[in-house]
Design a protein around this ligand. Structure first.
Ligand code: PHB
Length: 402
């Protein structure tokens, strides 16, 4: 990452800049402009600390890998990254968003992970009509429903999309009574809501919705309550550091072999190795699985491992696909970042035929239409078990776009 203006340019960058300026004064204008086109400014508002820190890092790494593959240029212009730690904190989101949008005048705003942060960010950029915001994770349903906006796009999922297919998986596995448990905020409520909707439509019953304040990890009293309720299965959403703790505590409480645990894939994604044997056998639905047998996925995973020395996960894929959207849009406007309406039109028509997750396209409400897979975990790795929902689109209720 180049030094962020937040921290000021390094001495080397100042010297390099001074050198370029000196050369520029010696050259006719058109050559000077051709020699050093202005960088495209990409603002990142992602969690680099706290329970979601590993998600923010994977998204950043995936995005940078994609732009490295594009030669670190967008339609001939170099790229500047300006990163701000969102701390997954909704109260800080307005100030952090203004920092990037008003002070740093970013051309693309990429972020966030947390649904509450996303709702605050999107309302600011939608009201201003710019810049283009691409959400590389946060699933808050409203972003591509009633709050949908011309300049706000999602490269990830709606929360409803990730929970809904799992409701059928639990019903098909023969369960009739479940308990849900999650953090109390938009993502938890909406993912559990999607799963419960499908499960109940197939004749199942939700005995109780347990809600834990974000980002608490004091799960013991809730695990005792689950043991007492003795449902057929538990449907849970936690992610990042909190998911490691929950899955381990669930097994340590002796529940793992008595009451099967299900979830959106986030429950084990990126953390299955850290969860160890406690994660073995957990079935989940997600728009990605490590061992998807596609050339684009194999290529991506090899390149990511080589670049970062870690295995890729869904968050890295979402960052990578965010990069592809930016590459495609900048090619469509020949690098003209001022052409916000044309960039938005290009993103509206985006088709990612070569995504590591499989082909997907942007819906009229600016959310991916994509396939959801059934997976489980065996010895720290995710296994593809089948297709849970083909080309699933969010219902986009209340969005007037398109
Ligand atoms: C969200 O807040 O929208 C969110 C966070 C982490 C996930 C998924 C969704 O893994």
């Amino acid at each position: 990452m180049r030094a962020s203006p937040l921290f000021g340019p390094s001495r080397r960058q100042v010297l390099r800049g001074a050198g370029a300026a000196a050369v520029a004064t010696l050259l006719p204008r058109r050559f000077a402009a051709a020699a050093r086109p202005a960088p495209v400014r990409i603002g990142l508002l992602l969690p680099y600390s706290g329970t979601y820190a590993m998600l923010g890092t994977a998204i950043t790494d995936g995005l940078k890998l994609r732009l490295a593959e594009a030669g670190e240029t967008l339609a001939g212009r170099p790229v500047d990254y300006i990163a701000v730690d969102s701390e997954a904190s909704p109260p800080q989101a307005p100030q952090n968003t203004r920092k990037l949008v008003v002070r740093d005048r970013v051309d693309f705003l990429v972020g966030p992970v947390h649904s509450g942060v996303a709702l605050a960010m999107a309302q600011i950029v939608a009201a201003r009509g710019g810049p283009i915001m691409i959400i590389p994770n946060a699933g808050a349903n409203a972003l591509t429903r009633e709050l949908c906006a011309r300049n706000v796009f999602r490269a990830s999922f709606s929360n409803w999309q990730t929970g809904y297919p799992c409701g059928k998986v639990m019903a098909d596995d023969g369960h009739r009574r479940i308990v849900t448990i999650t953090w109390r905020y938009a993502a938890g409520d909406e993912i559990m809501g999607g799963g419960a909707e499908h499960f109940e439509a197939l004749g199942g019953r939700v005995d109780k919705h347990i809600r834990v304040p974000f980002p608490d990890v004091s799960f013991q009293p809730h695990l005792s309550e689950i043991a007492a309720l003795a449902p057929d299965a538990v449907f849970a959403f936690f992610s990042g550091g909190g998911a490691v703790q929950f899955v381990r505590d669930y097994a340590a409480a002796g529940l793992k072999d008595r009451i099967p645990l299900y979830g959106p894939g986030f429950l084990t994604e990126g953390v299955a190795a850290a969860q160890g044997a406690a994660a073995d056998g957990i079935r989940s639905t997600l728009h990605y699985v490590d061992d998807l047998d596609l050339p684009a996925n194999r290529r991506f995973r090899d390149a990511y491992r080589l670049a970062y020395g870690r295995e890729a996960d869904v968050f890295a894929v979402q960052g990578y696909d965010t990069g592809t959207l930016i590459v495609q849009a900048m090619a469509a406007v020949d690098g003209d970042t001022a052409a916000v309406a044309d960039i938005a039109r290009a993103l509206e028509g985006a088709r990612l035929d070569d995504s590591p997750r499989g082909p997907w396209r942007m819906s009229p409400a600016h959310n991916p239409v994509q396939t959801f897979y059934l997976r489980d975990v065996q010895e720290g790795r995710h296994r593809f078990l089948g297709i849970a929902a083909e080309a699933l689109a969010d219902p986009a209720i209340g969005c007037a776009l398109g």
